[in-house]
Each structure stands twice: as C-alpha cells, then as structure tokens.
Design a protein around this ligand. Structure first.
Ligand code: ADP
Length: 500
C-alpha cells in the first residue's frame, strides 16, 4: 500500500503496491554535497521487475483508456494540490539528493505543479477537428486516441519536473506508465509517484522501477509491450534507445544534449547580459541541457563584459544547497566532476585563456562533496572542443565575435540546437535572430534557461529527434490521431471520384 511516510529502503511501485526487487539488492543514494549523508536505499531492479511493471501497466490500460478524460484530470488535479502542500519538504529532499540550491529545487517542484495543473486542464479539451467532407451526407472528424504502456527513462538534473513532463501528458491522454528514474535522484521521482497514488491513480496505471540504465532502463526500452518510449539524457544513451525502438517502430521521443549560447551584441544592456550569463551558465551548476555554456561577445564590448562577468562569477558562493548563503551546489557525482576536470584540461591545452576557476574544491565545507569552482575560459575559438561539446558542469567558454552575422554563424555552428539567446536593444537584430537561430528555443534579452510548461520544449539537430515536450506538443506525442468518416447517404460514395 502507498504510505506517506518514506521507508528507508525505497521499493518499486508496481500495480499499486510497494514491492521488493527480484534481485534482492539495493543501492545507496548519497548527498553529492556531503557523501557522508545517506539519502536512502533504492532497489536495484532487473528485467523481471520491469516485466512485472509492464504487465501491470498493460492490464491497467484496458480500463484506464476508457475512463473519461475529465475524470482522469480530477486525479491529476488532486496530485497537483498535494504537491503544493508538500512543496517545501520535497524541495529539501531534492536538494539533498541532487545538490542544486533550494530556490532551484523549489522551482523544480513548481514546474511539476504547473505541468500537472496544465495537463489536468487538458482533460476537458484534448481537442480534435471536425471539417466538412467533400461528399454530401458525410461527416468527417479527427479524435485523439491513447496508445498503451509508455516507458519513461529520465535524468537526474530535473528529478521531479522531467518525470512530470512525461507522465502527466501520457496519463491525461489515457496511457499507462512505467518510469525508470535516474539512479542518482530516484527520491524526487518517488515523491511524484507517491502523490499520484494518494490522489487516486488506479493500481497499475503508474509504476516506478529504480535501478541502473543497463539493468532496468534497457529492458524497459526493449519491451515488446511498451509501444512508446520517452527518454531524456545523454546523446550516447539516446542512440541506444533509438536503436532499441527501431525494430518494432516504437514511438520514441529523445531529448539529449545542448551547447547553448548567449550572443551579446555591442548595443546590449551589459548589466542585464552579465546577469543572464551568470544565471544561464552557473545556475544548477551548469547541469541543465539548456545551460549557457557559450557566450559570444561583440569585440567592441568584449573586455568590459568579460571583466564584469569574471568579477561576478568569482563572488559566487559554492556549497551545500540547503544553506541559504549558497549560490551554486556541487556536481551530481564523482564521474561528472571528473568530466568537468577533464574538460578544464582540454580547454587549457587548446589554448583557451582560463579567467577564473579551473579547479576542484575539496577542503573545508567542500571536503565531502563533488564541488568544482565556477570556471570561465576567454578568447575561445568556436571550434575548440570546450566550445563544441557538452560539458554539463560549471564551465563557460567566451568567444569574441565581430558582427551579428558571425554571432549567428557561431551560434548555429554546433551539432546541437536546443536553446539560444541574444542580448541587443536593436529590434531589427532581435527579430532577425529569432528567425535565423536554428534552435528549438530562442530568448531575447534573457538567458538560455527558464522554459515555461505551456510552451513546447525541445531542440533541433542532435538535441532530439523532432519531438517536443510540454504544452500541447506533449499531447501530440502521447496520443495518435484517428480520423473518422461517417457516411449517412445510404449509398456508396467514392472520395475523389464522385465529387464533381
Ligand atoms: P546522464 O549523463 O544525464 O546521467 P544518461 O543518458 O547516462 O545521462 O542517463 C539518463 C537515463 O538513462 C538514466 O535514467 C539512466 O539510468 C538511463 N540509462 C543509462 N544507460 C541506459 C541504457 N543502456 N539503456 C536504457 N537506459 C539507460
């Protein structure tokens, strides 16, 4: 049975019950700001556990798809209300398992609240179209239909928001769900499942299995009974997921890397641009797929911008996200910290100018965590690896540019296309940028981060595979169109042939 008191060993939620893994094993979830702190133990699921969850979801689908969408919405609405009540508790738990500062984990839970209310509202819409038939006495319409069991594999950087982006549109559309959360941050995903259970989601409609990617994620993506897979994470794993989906043409939505940019033009409000670069580059310790890891700055203001940017970043306080004095938390784990340190070496070897940071922080308050100093490289060329590859950490590469045209060229000159931003007070330039930046998201006079739930989210090129999350775009992914013709003429009418 679902309980509101979190057990120390968190089990899987399958068919409405918290159950052990068949493996009999569990792994530790530790605080990245203080590895002495054990947040909880989570079971290490196997393909058998995944199969049990998929079977439950498949069985539950038979009834759930027939529940009227406004009734499904009432459950989501209640879940959102519970999230509102528990926002502070869940935010603190999220900071303990993920490391980002409390203001940001509150934002993460708020995003789940916003998305859940939004999708609850969709329960009374889910609009299709009616349109005249080309033939007399014939009616034509399109309706959305549900698809079945949706497998969801999620990352650790938005541990409640991202599962909510995937689960709530899937559920309102009449599908059932098996979620495999990131191994580093399962607790926040459990909290989301917990409120859905308490809000009255029927057994089997939502299931969660914890564990690692190859052990629990891979069997979920490959399961024959899972026709829809939604993944957010690394490009390398996204490719594996796409391959697992290809043989049976599963619907597959992939959200992967980014190498986002802020372009600062010579007429920009410099204080505003510096604010944006600090928040965009170092918010969430740079561990957002939309993080502004590149800043392209017009040469005529380059030195002024860089000096202000460096001063601000030097003053950032790095520490435990629960401490209200902290501006930036740790990296998520040892591996991610090592990746950041490797890229710092790469940047130095490529000849980029280290302007601040560049080192691990591992003494005093940083002794027990995976901390890295906020780092800026200047005088970068657009082709350097630190200016091309996703680092997913607190490292920003500043690139001098000569013109607007070069800014757009640099912005578009990476394999990814998630988010881009321009700071300018020239309205012509701003509009030209919104047209020519080939990304899924563009900001004017705001940094690359800060997506809102009622607008599509996703990227071009190797960021994704053409789908979008959030907003109605998410409903488009989690439902299929069914076109219905009703002929009430009582005779055979042939489209394209009898209509002239
Ligand atoms: P990150 O770099 O953000 O950790 P990953 O792509 O490694 O990104 O992980 C994102 C999600 O994908 C996690 O839930 C992880 O467990 C899962 N995952 C990792 N490897 C696989 C795999 N081979 N098959 C399915 N899922 C996987």
């Amino acid at each position: 049975m679902a309980t509101s008191v979190a057990p120390r060993v968190f089990k899987n939620f399958i068919n409405g019950e918290w159950v052990e893994s068949r493996s009999g094993k569990a792994y530790e979830n530790r605080n990245p700001a203080n590895t002495d702190e054990l947040v909880g133990m989570f079971v290490s699921s196997t393909s058998e556990d995944v199969d049990a969850a998929v079977d439950a979801a498949k069985e539950a689908y038979k009834k759930w798809r027939l529940v009227p969408a406004p009734k499904r919405a009432e459950i989501l609405f209640r879940a959102a209300e519970l999230l509102v009540q528990r926002k502070e508790e869940y935010s603190k738990d999220m900071t303990r398992e993920m490391g980002k500062v409390l203001a940001e984990t509150r934002g993460d839970v708020q995003e789940a609240i916003d998305m859940t209310y939004y999708m609850a509202g969709e329960g009374r819409r889910l609009f299709g179209q009616t349109t005249p038939s080309e033939l007399p006495n014939k009616f034509a319409m399109s309706v959305r239909q549900s698809i079945g069991v949706c497998g969801m594999i999620t990352p650790w950087n938005f541990p409640m928001a991202i599962p909510s982006w995937k689960m709530t549109p899937a559920l309102i559309s009449g599908n059932t769900v098996v979620l495999k959360p990131a191994e580093d941050t399962p607790l926040s995903s459990y909290h989301l499942v917990q409120v859905l259970a308490e809000a009255g989601i029927p057994p089997g409609v939502v299931n969660i299995v914890s564990g690692d990617g190859p052990g629990a994620g891979a069997p979920l993506a490959a399961s024959e009974d899972v026709p829809v897979v939604s993944f957010t994470g690394s490009t390398a794993v996204g490719r594996l997921i796409a391959q697992a989906c290809a043989p049976t043409f599963k619907h597959c939505s992939l959200e992967m890397g980014g190498k986002n940019i802020i372009v600062v033009m010579d007429d920009a409000n410099l204080d505003l641009a510096v604010d944006g670069a600090v928040w965009g580059g170092f918010g969430t310790t740079g561990q957002r797929c939309t993080a502004a890891s590149r800043v392209a700055v017009h040469k005529s203001i380059y030195h002024e911008f860089v000096s202000r940017f460096v001063d601000r970043v030097k003053a950032l306080r790095v520490g435990n996200g629960l401490d209200s004095a902290t501006d930036m938390g740790p990296c998520i784990n040892e591996q991610q910290l090592k990746t950041v340190m490797d890229y710092v070496e790469i940047g130095k070897n490529e000849g980029a100018k280290l302007l601040t940071g560049g080192n691990r922080l591992d003494s005093g308050i940083h002794l027990k965590g995976w901390f890295h100093a906020p780092t800026i490289f200047g005088d970068c060329s657009p082709q350097m690896r630190i200016a091309q590859e996703e680092i997913f950490g607190p490292v920003v590469s500043v690139i001098p540019i000569d013109s607007f045209e070069q800014g757009i060229e640099v912005a578009n000159g990476v394999p990814y296309g998630l988010s881009a931003s321009i700071y300018t007070r020239n309205v012509n330039q701003a509009f030209a940028a919104t047209r020519d930046l080939y990304t899924g998201i563009v900001y004017v006079n705001a940094p690359t981060i800060g997506a809102e739930t009622h607008l599509p989210f996703g990227g071009t090129k190797q960021t994704g595979n053409g789908h979008r999350e959030a907003a109605i775009a998410a409903i488009d992914f989690f439902s299929e169109w069914k076109t219905i013709y009703i002929d009430y003429s009582d005779k055979l009418q042939r489209a394209q042939i009898d209509n002239n």
